[in-house]
Design a protein around this ligand. Structure first.
Ligand code: FAD
Length: 469
């Protein structure tokens, strides 16, 4: 293929939040050899190349303006599944949805999942995704037995915690900047029911919210908080905590039935009547400061009674998939998700300052989601011994500059509080900020590996150019 042949593949791509656009030459390999050929093409044409899974990153991680993007959705075969050991070998385009639907009927569940099941395994490894159990089991990378990858040099290699360990810990969480995953071997988690036991309770302010996450996490397998970021004053940081445990063997007498797919899949209609696919149209009129403040207040009031209930794994983990295309409700200019990770000692003061600042500037976040985390040993890790808070901001033509200024101020507060960032979310964070939180040693090691794996600098994304190039 030559550059003129490539022209017909030139299409405009967007991030998940629809706040960024970048045209690129999109290729869709369906074998590892075609990835190696794409690298040769990039070398011949002088274009850079980036991988893309399902494009569910909120920011510019899966964009490569003016370059080549290889979409890996066609490499979506589950190559081996062992229902005795729970070990799966899969291609990088396999989605979490395909994965859990393959393993659950046999009594297994993926050890770590993102808040949407539409992500691919390649994207999940590249971001080293965390779940609502990060404090307990770490990120997905800690459950990878090994992976295979193609490097820009054309070399194919296998990495595990013992073989090519430096690349194992750098490529997982490396956002596709060192090589492209071609297969992943992952250990699943044994489960004895298709249901989780969930406890729901309110938190009346930020102090209570974080104290609940901190003190109660050790008693649960999963914990997550919803935060009403539109509430100020004494209610600042109020919200709701959901904490869940697996059921032990024998606790669910209908385990075989609850693990059946038809008892897990999310219903296509709301109240059995409205197709979910049209719900985002009805959300649009409420996506403003007043509308979300009213909705959040209503949600907070209904969350006041403490209760426990049993819920399917899919319903607990993939709440955001209930309403397809919900992000479109944010309007034409889309949304930005800003997720910060703060040590448990500094989180409360920093988020108090950030929440108050966003309210003062008239730029409230419409959704806040908190989690409990622990550190891990991946090179570009976002984790801390503390918490994360993911905040969604509506972008409009009128507020874009002010929003960028707010998020820059957030970055300063987070870095000064010893915090970290997640490269799948924030789109405003700058190179100097990344260098500060990652530290000189991690950056130097990353650059050393980049030189070794990609001597001609072929692997690039908009995110790479923003943060590292
Ligand atoms: C609604 C929603 C909820 C989310 N919840 C969570 C959550 O709970 N926890 C969490 O950690 N994240 C979460 N995320 C973020 C999401 O999990 C990550 O952005 C993930 O990387 C997306 O996977 P993807 O397949 O769409 O990858 P893409 O967005 O397409 O790509 C992400 C990165 O992976 C690289 N990449 C993709 N495939 C490969 C490959 N085969 N080899 C090498 N690099 C590759 C790309 O170059 C890019 O840098 C959420 C996102 C959404 C939209």
């Amino acid at each position: 293929m030559t550059l003129p042949d490539l022209e017909q593949h030139f299409v405009s791509l967007e991030n998940f939040g629809h706040s960024l656009r970048a045209p690129a030459y999109v290729l869709k390999p369906d074998r590892a050899e075609e990835i190696a050929e794409a690298f040769q093409l990039a070398r011949r044409t002088g274009l850079s190349l980036n991988a893309r899974g399902a494009g569910r990153s909120y920011n510019d991680a899966a964009l490569n303006g003016g370059g080549i993007v290889i979409e890996l959705g066609a490499m979506n075969r589950i190559l081996k599944w062992n229902a005795q050991t729970g070990v799966v070998v899969a291609e990088p385009g396999v989605t979490l949805q395909q994965l859990w639907q393959q393993v659950e009927p046999d009594g297994w569940w993926p050890p770590v999942v993102s808040g949407t099941m539409l992500t691919t395994l390649g994207g999940c490894l590249a971001a080293n995704v965390h779940g609502k159990n990060n404090f307990k089991v770490g990120p997905i990378g800690e459950h990878v037995i090994q992976f295979s990858a193609v490097l820009p040099t054309g070399a194919e290699l296998t990495c595990s915690p013992r073989k090519n360990a430096d690349l194992f810990y750098a490529m997982i969480g490396g956002f596709g900047m060192l090589g492209i995953f071609t297969s992943v071997t992952l250990q699943m988690k044994r489960v004895y029911s298709g249901l989780l036991e969930v406890s729901a309770r309110p938190s009346h302010n930020l102090h209570e919210h974080l104290a609940d996450l901190l003190e109660n996490a050790p008693n649960y397998d999963y914990i997550v908080g919803w935060l009403d970021a539109t509430a100020g004053g004494r209610a600042l940081g109020r919200g709701q905590i959901h904490a869940a445990n697996y059921l032990h063997e024998g606790e669910d007498r209908n385990a075989a039935r609850t693990m059946r797919l038809k008892n897990q899949v999310l219903p296509p209609r709301i109240f059995g009547v409205f197709p979910k696919s049209i719900v985002h149209f009805f959300m649009t009129p409420f996506m403003n400061d007043l509308g979300t403040s009213l909705i959040n207040t209503g949600k907070y009031i209904t969350s006041l009674p403490r209760h426990t209930f049993r819920e399917s794994h899919a319903a607990f983990h993939f709440l955001l998939d209930y309403i397809p295309d919900w992000e479109l409700a944010y309007g034409r200019a889309g949304l930005i998700e800003y997720q910060s990770f703060l040590p448990k000692e500094t989180a409360e003061a920093a988020w108090r300052e950030m929440l108050a600042l966003s309210l003062r500037r008239g730029l409230p976040s419409y959704l806040g989601v908190t989690k409990r985390h622990r550190p891990d040993k991946f090179l570009l890790s976002h984790a801390v011994d503390g918490f994360s808070n993911a905040m969604d901001f509506k972008v409009t033509r009128g507020n874009r500059r002010e929003l960028s200024r707010l998020l820059e101020d957030f970055d300063r507060i987070v870095v000064e509080a010893g915090g970290r960032f997640y490269f799948a979310k924030n789109s405003e964070t700058r190179r100097e900020t990344a260098a500060r939180f990652l530290g000189a040693r991690a950056i130097a090691e990353f650059k050393r590996l980049k030189k070794r794996c990609d001597p001609h600098g072929l692997l690039q994304s908009d995110l790479y150019r923003r943060l590292f190039a």
